[in-house]
Write a protein that binds this ligand. Structure first.
Ligand code: S3P
Length: 167
């Protein structure tokens, strides 16, 4: 069976869902943000500050291609992975790409108090909301399957993914 890649906006639950899914179907997780941080030996926030977003996107692309090249894995992506068409192509080819679709309000609530997302500034929610709107169609276009998650538990989302993956 193909890999499963989770895409969606910051705070959509990609990390939490990937963990629960991995536990249930006994698969390894590759988190592209974690791959980038490990390779750069820097936190994402610092990569953005010191090297800029463009450099981060290059590293993210390389991490996404690496992840897509593995077998039987669950890939938790960063919210901006869909901004590069090459990333989408690589993921779609090797994975069932699942979009965890949630409302902006849910993302904002989940990320409240967190300072590790350079592109989600709680003091400037207007920008974050604009990014959310812009990204929505990219996620939709990149995904093989869409799961609306706002009113669901992690367990329910995991079960839906398993169903969609045909297991
Ligand atoms: C980003 C999302 C983040 C991280 C980086 C940029 C984005 O990942 O990759 O801060 O552009 O949406 P999460 O979606 O896991 O928060």
């Amino acid at each position: 069976m193909k890999n499963i890649a989770l895409i969606g906006f910051m705070g959509s639950g990609k990390t939490a869902v990937s963990r629960a899914l991995a536990k249930k179907i006994k698969r390894k997780i590759i988190d592209t943000d974690a791959v980038v941080e490990k390779r750069a030996r820097m936190k994402i926030k610092r990569i953005f500050m010191e090297c800029g977003e463009a450099r981060f996107r290059k590293m993210e692309g390389s991490a996404a291609r690496y992840a897509a090249g593995q077998k039987n894995v669950i890939i938790a992506t960063g919210g901006g992975v869909v901004t590069r068409p090459g990333n989408i192509r690589a993921l779609r080819k090797a994975c069932l790409v699942v979009y965890l679709k949630n409302s902006f309000a849910v993302s904002a609530k989940r990320l409240r108090g967190r300072k590790d997302r350079p592109l989600f500034d709680h003091k400037n929610l207007k920008n974050a909301r604009a990014l959310f709107k812009k990204r929505r169609r990219l996620y939709k276009k990149a995904a093989h399957a869409v799961i609306a998650t706002d009113k669901k538990t992690i367990k329910q989302v995991v079960n839906e993914i398993i169903k969609k993956a045909g297991r």
